[in-house]
Design a protein. Structure first.
Length: 69
């Protein structure tokens, strides 16, 4: 039986955070010999994907505004 006083906490590290930590551990243990750019790639690839989606949405909104007049 649920009450109104219950608080549910969700979230966590996420896939990209876990993958980044795994890559860092593998690099520091000498298992992989990748450049640090690729070790940290889950962070910047996710960020660039997010920025790309925002740019595409803004471009679509701009096109709709221009051609609606």
């Amino acid at each position: 039986m649920a009450t109104d006083n219950e608080v549910k906490v969700t979230g966590g590290i996420g896939f990209t955070g876990l993958l980044t930590i795994a890559f860092i551990v593998l690099k520091l243990c000498g298992v992989i010999n990748w450049s640090w750019v690729w070790i940290l790639s889950p962070i910047w690839i996710g960020f660039l994907t997010f920025i790309g989606i925002i740019v595409i949405l803004l471009l679509v909104l701009w096109i709709i505004t221009v051609f609606s007049n």
